[in-house]
Design a protein around this ligand. Sequence first.
Ligand code: NAD
Length: 351
Amino acid sequence: MDLFEYAGELDYGEIHLKRDAETGLQAIVAIHNLKLGPAIGGCRFIEYGSSDEALQDALRLARGMTYKAAISGLPHGGGKAVIMRPANLTDQGRERLFAVYGQFVDSLGGNYITCEDSGTSVDDMNIVHDQTEHVLGFDPDKGSSGDPSPFTAYGVRRGIEAAVKFRWDREDLEGLTVAVQGVGSVGHHLARELGQLGASLVVTDIDEDAVTRVVDELGARAVGVDEIYGVECDIFAPCALGGAINDQTLPQLTCEIVAGAANNQLLEARHGVALMEREILYAPDYAINAGGLINVAQEFVGYDPDAARAKTSEIYDTMWEIYERAQRESVPTHMVADRIVEEIVFGRILH
Ligand code: NAD
């Protein structure tokens, strides 16, 4: 990979590296775009096979954050940090490592604001908070916003309501069946929200306890992990991993709407085209799942959960605009979302 060529393809931006021999810190902060404001994005702390892999992850994720913030009308750019997790890290070692990471974030002068992502916790952000003010998602007792997943789920619910209104001109989900793939943090909250709107729920998860929880609590019907794609339903809600819409799963779908919380639902952009050709309305992932970011961004102006919820509710309008424009221009919804962002951020359509 030629670094500057790849960075150019993704319209970067800044890339910062920090190595600290004493703590074993190897961190990358990718700042994709600062046009709308300081970049917000989580810090991923996982094991990577190589620094190239870590770099690509940071670049791809930070760019996604630019798009998510812009489509949500937030005054923020996109950034992301990855830390290559060292093997055999002790608790003390972890604390020291995150302290140095906090100093690194601080050295960027507020252009990048960090928070949790895979592998990082509120405890880690508390340590970062001792070193810098450019951090969100630390201890709720100190005025921070806590778990973002109920907000993400609420935003997905609003995006689904918009899709249902758009497709069937209906306000509720009474009598509709929603298939939820993955009932972890967001999927569980979403299932609860949709159940309250009258939906029948079909669920799956690789974690049997997670399935039992929604079956017992919400009367959902459980199916096998591979069965979820072909299950009779009106709406398919991917809330597990990326790539749920691909060559193998697409022909199995019976739904008219795909709308869920997972990031990167389309394995490739052409799968968004295929959904449109099958007249399945697709809710672009980074637009519908922005509730967590909207919530954490509220901290930046002084956290108020009611204001965060009201702003998250506006996902309905964002999604409506996307669905309408896609229909008007006969363009797939994921492409419309990209165009809206690119017009806002770059003043022109890039792709
Ligand atoms: P989570 O880990 O709590 O839940 C994911 C669930 O999916 C788990 O219960 C897991 O067992 C299950 N799962 C994994 N592989 C599966 C498979 N093959 N089939 C069925 N189930 C499977 O994660 P989460 O925080 O609920 O996030 C869910 C998705 O939403 C992720 O893609 C995440 O990136 C995205 N997202 C989350 C947030 C948030 O606020 N947490 C915000 C935006 C996007």
